[in-house]
Design a binder for this molecule. Structure first.
Ligand code: NAG
Ligand code: NAG
Ligand code: NAG
Ligand code: NAG
Ligand code: NAG
Ligand code: NAG
Ligand code: NAG
Ligand code: NAG
Ligand code: CU
Length: 597
């Protein structure tokens, strides 16, 4: 009796403290005219406004995002990068893999649980669309953050490469037989906080938690706060044992949470440097001393607005932190024993029409008709047959098995590889020119976990996960242009547990509206082995996410374009980061992000 009431008491206290909320966002995806770097162009924004808003929730909350596509001439979708979508694989937003594209004038509602705290981001995962602007920060707060007492102010710093042409144009130019060097588009500039002047107000004697997010489509950025040491506390949503760093190399899609402490010795401004490295191998070596930093951005942490705002942050040599040596805060040991190994060799390649592509094991990814998840659900006990999914690089693993992923990078540049649905452990990630993996020499006791890993030039990475998240998850290079070249494979995790997974009706409806089957194998055939209608040849004309209405002629399309080409907004407002004090301890669930306000 006594015991029972104690338990009850505990439960009710527990219920009060973790009272989960539902955080709702109702968005229209629209074209917006803006000039984040001074050059005006159409961008993809939300509710006729850009930059896109921040999504903020606390651990345990349900995040609900309703998206209405008002682009008129493009399909869209939204992926929540770093959110593992436990029991909600259909909300992963990977168009073609876990959902159909969202056509103009339709809406869908994403809903998922904010399982883990951290710094994440969301972006379109549809035909190279996010470099056109559809991306934003996604912050999940933790009332029990182990570092909560170590900082006063919570702030966001986003960096991105930026292009003056729109993605469909850039992709069409890139995917040509005459692109013999597999050249991606080159950015025109750097955006910091989506076009702010990079002057970030700071207060003396305070410690800032700077959430650095890389929205880049191509380039890596080096981040250096002159004269200030950073303390890394989190990478890609994994808390780490505090580690000092002077420089960071943040690859596309990676996030670093660092603490910066300002002393109280009066008024002072601190310049910081963000250098975009578009060189082949983003490392300065004795052999290659002059790394070509094509674009630099100097920002200022401003404590004295009337003082010197022209200070430069110069760096003699870049020796960024080796993130594979970080220690996870929970000191989780290496997963094992390994049950299955997935070895992927990345090379550039050519398709049958001679177009530039990127391949895993000589095979480039080709979009199929039916989203892979929908095939997995409908094929029942035959869903372990990888050939049912067409040319999507499918690989299956059973529930709770330990999978080791080996990526051999045969290119002479760094590539950031991202896996949906997991924070993998980095077992081994040697320097450039280590050659092919031949066997792991040393397994770290407590490997760091991330969702995006830099794999160095002519070298490799060994990663591990436990297959405890049934779902279909893409593994791909996060250089968006390389995704468009086909550098993607598909992990089908615990397919036996997905046969009863329910796809919400609004997601089914958007497929039907476009004549996309939602059952059967890759081509919608009932029999898994019937390959009739599989897409086996890459298309030769690339239009990105551009939407063609089957029932309308191309002339209807051009009239659509004309009618939507009037910019819906002429604002070019840059967004200086505002510093908001973090909440007091009894308000820890309060939203504290201060990126846009
Ligand atoms: C966007 O517009 C929708 C519909 O008008 C509205 O419900 C929502 O609050 C708006 N959201 C933002 C961030 O402006
Ligand atoms: C490659 O071919 C395309 C299409 O034929 C053409 O527009 C483009 O100018 C060519 N590029 C180069 C570098 O020759
Ligand atoms: C962002 O990632 C890209 C691609 O890996 C990289 O070139 C760029 O330097 C990164 N930016 C920052 C600020 O780290
Ligand atoms: C960018 O900054 C780096 C480091 O200070 C310097 O080596 C490089 O020359 C700069 N590049 C340009 C184009 O200014
Ligand atoms: C890729 O090729 C390597 C080398 O031939 C092979 O060991 C590996 O099993 C292949 N991976 C897959 C997924 O087929
Ligand atoms: C699996 O495929 C076989 C043919 O290979 C077929 O006879 C069987 O009915 C299929 N099972 C299911 C559950 O669809
Ligand atoms: C790595 O393996 C590939 C074949 O998959 C081979 O062509 C290449 O020469 C190897 N690289 C090295 C450095 O041995
Ligand atoms: C789609 O519409 C936008 C806004 O009118 C326009 O800027 C863009 O060029 C169009 N896309 C294409 C590929 O024509
Ligand atoms: Cu790449």
């Amino acid at each position: 009796m006594y015991c029972a009431s104690l338990i009850l008491l505990f439960i009710s206290i527990h219920t009060i403290t973790v009272l989960a909320a539902t955080v709702t966002y109702n968005w229209e995806v629209t074209w917006v005219w803006a000039a984040p770097d001074g050059f005006g162009r159409p961008l993809i924004g939300i509710n006729n406004s850009w930059p896109c808003p921040i999504i903020e929730a606390s651990i345990g909350d349900t995040v609900v995002v309703t998206l209405l596509n008002k682009l008129g001439n493009e399909t869209t979708g939204i992926h929540f990068h770093g959110i593992n979508q436990i029991n909600s694989n259909g909300m992963d937003g990977a168009v073609g893999s876990s959902q159909c594209p969202l056509p103009p004038d339709y809406s869908i509602t994403y809903s998922f649980t904010a399982n883990e705290a951290g710094t994440y981001w969301y972006h379109s995962h549809n035909m190279g669309q996010y470099p056109d602007g559809f991306r934003g920060p996604l912050i999940i707060h933790n009332p029990d953050d182990p570092y909560l007492d170590d900082y006063d102010v919570d702030a966001i710093l986003t960096v991105s490469d930026w292009y003056h042409d729109q993605s469909p144009t850039l992709i069409a130019k890139m995917l040509q037989p005459n692109n013999t060097k597999f050249e991606p588009p080159r950015p025109e500039s750097i955006l910091v906080n989506e076009g702010s002047d990079g002057h970030i107000p700071i207060q003396p004697a305070k410690t800032y938690r700077m959430r650095i997010i890389n929205f880049s489509a191509l380039t890596a950025a080096f981040v250096v706060f002159n004269a200030l040491q950073m303390n890394i506390i989190m990478v890609d949503g994994t808390y780490v044992r505090k580690e000092a760093a002077n420089q960071l190399r943040v690859l596309a899609a990676q996030r670093y949470d660092v603490l910066l402490t300002f002393d109280d010795s009066g008024l002072q401004n601190y310049p910081f440097l963000i250098a975009l490295d578009t060189n082949t191998d983003y490392t300065a070596t004795t052999a290659q001393p002059s790394v070509a930093f094509h674009t630099n951005f100097t920002g200022q942490l401003v404590n004295d607005p009337k003082g010197n705002l022209k200070g430069k942050s110069m760096v003699e040599e870049f020796y960024p932190q080796d993130d594979s040596l970080l220690i996870p805060f929970d000191e989780q040991p290496a997963f094992g024993p390994v049950v299955k190994q997935w070895v992927l060799n990345f090379d550039y390649c050519r398709d049958v029409n001679g177009y530039s592509r990127a391949c895993f094991n000589d095979t480039t990814f080709i979009d199929q008709k039916v989203p892979t998840l929908y095939s997995v659900i409908s094929l029942g006990s035959n869903n372990t047959e990888v050939s049912a999914y067409g040319q999507v690089g499918a690989f299956t693993i059973g529930y709770n098995e330990v999978l080791e992923i080996v990526i051999n990078n045969h290119d002479s540049a760094i590539h950031p590889f991202h896996l949906h649905g997991h924070q993998f452990q980095i077992i081994e990630r040697p320097k450039s020119n280590a050659g092919n993996w031949t066997g792991t020499r040393l397994i770290p006791a407590t490997p760091i976990r991330r969702d995006t890993v830099a794999v160095f030039a002519n070298s490799y990475a060994v990663l591990r996960i436990i297959a405890n998240n049934p779902g279909v998850f893409l593994l791909h290079c996060h250089i968006e242009w390389h995704v468009e070249m086909g550098l993607t494979a598909t992990l089908i995790e615990a397919p036996e547990r997905l046969v009863n997974y329910q796809i919400p009706q609004d997601f089914i409806d958007i497929c039907k509206a476009q004549g996309i089957p939602t059952d059967g194998n890759a081509a919608g055939n009932e029999l898994w082995s019937d390959t009739e209608g599989f897409v086996t040849i890459n298309p030769t004309s690339y239009v990105g996410a551009l939407y063609y209405d089957d029932e309308s002629s191309s002339s209807t399309l051009s009239s659509t374009l004309t009618s939507t080409s009037t910019p819906s907004s002429t604002s070019t407002v840059p967004y200086p980061t505002k510093s908001t004090n973090r909440p007091s301890k009894n308000q820890r669930n309060k939203r504290v992000g201060n990126w846009l306000e």
